[in-house]
Design a protein around this ligand. Sequence first.
Ligand code: LLP
Length: 422
Amino acid sequence: MDYFNLKDGALACEQVALETIAEEVGTPVYVYSAATLRRHARVMKEALAALDDPLIAFAVKANPNPAVLATLAREGLGGDIVSIGEYRRAREAGMPPSSILFSGVGKDADEMAEALAGDVLQFNMESVEEARMLSAVAVAAGRTARAAFRLNPDVDAGTHAKITTGNADNKFGIPAAQAIEAFRAARDLPGIEMTGVTVHIGSQLTRLDPLEKAFVRLGELVAALRGDGFDLKLADLGGGLGVPYGPGQPEPPSPEAYGAMVARVTRDWNIRLAFEPGRLISGNAGVLLSRVVRVKPGEHHPWVIVDAAMNDLMRPALYDAYHHVEAVRPSGARETINLVGPVCESGDTFATARETDRMAPGELMIFRTAGAYGAAMSSGYNSRPLTPEVLVDGDKWALVRRRIDLAEASAMPVPGWIDQTS
Ligand code: LLP
C-alpha cells in the first residue's frame, strides 16, 4: 500500500498535489512519501514480531537519499552498506554503528579501516582473501572486527539473471562445501572474531521456496559451526523479498508469509536474526514524475516521448523491468503507446505497446515503484543532470536532492597541452 492517490482528479503524494511539485521543482523529479516509508518499515517489523530482537538493516543501495535514510532511522531501522559512502550516509542519517552491516564482495582496506573505527556490528565477508585483508587492517588499528562469511547456497532464486546472487556461478559468497574451512582459516587470523553467518540469494524474489531452501542450508551451517566450537551471535538472512510492480506482474509473497516462514525455519537456531530489505521498504514509496515532451506518430503505436530517460530510471533498459505508468490528471481516455525518453538509444524505452492513460504533450505522468534502485542508479548520460528528489510528509514537502549538473559539479580546466586554437 502507498500514499499516491487521486485527489480532486489529479494524483497527489499524501496531501501534496504532484502538479505543485512539478510546477515548483520542474521535471523529471523523484517524489517519495514518508508515510509510505514508515508504513513499510512497520509492516516489516510486525511481520518479524515473533522473533527475538531482530535487526532490520535497510539496504542503503536501494535509496541512499539522506532524508529517506533519516526517516527510516527514526523508525529504528539500521543499514546494510556496501561502500564507505553508504556507511557515511547511514551514520549521518542517525543509524547507530551497532545497527550497521558491511556487505559487499570488494571492500578495500581504507573502507574496512573507517568502518572498523566506527565499530560497525558485523563485516559480511565473501572470501578468505577478504578475511586476510580485514585481519591486517584490524591488527594495524589495534581492534577486533566482528565478522561473518556469506554462504553461497547454490539455489535458483527464480528472478532476473542480473539480480540473482546465490547460484554457484555467481561471484558472491562461499560454497557450502568450503564454508567450514573458511571459518577455521579466519578463526586463526588475529584481529577477527567470527560472530555470524549471512546469505542473500537475489532481489525481487516472488517465491518463498528458494529463500527457504537457502535458509535451511544456512541453518545447517550454523549447526556445523557450533559443533566446531564457533560462538555465533548473528545470522543475517539478507533481503530480496519482491514488491508488486503492477498488473500482470508476479505477485510476491506477503511480508507476513515471509516472517512466518522465517520463524518456522529458524525456530531452533537460538541466534539473533538480521534482515536487509531494500526494495520492500522504499520501492512503492517513490514515483518518478515526468512530463510528456511530444507525441510522434509510430508505425504501430504513437511514440510518447517524456522528459525522463534511461539515465533517470535504468531498470527497464537494464532488466526489462516493468514500471506502471499513469497520467497525473487522467481524462479517462486510454491508448496503446510506446513510451520512451529523449536519450539517443533504442534501449531508452520504458514501455512497448502498453495500454495506458492517454498522455498529451505538456501533460504530467508518473512511473510507479521508483523509490528503490531509481535515483540510486541514475547517471548523467547524454549530459543530462541528475534528477532532483522531493520528500513529502503529510502536507509538508521539501527538495531533498537538488538537480545536479554533473558538468558543472566536476568541471576542471581543459589541460593547456590540448591545442584549442585550431
Ligand atoms: N543485501 C544484499 C547483500 C544485497 O546485495 C541486496 C541487493 C540487498 C540486501 C537488498 O535487496 P532487496 O531487498 O532490495 O531486493 N538494481 C537492481 C537490484 C539489485 C539488488 C542488489 N542487491 C534492481 O533495480 O532491480
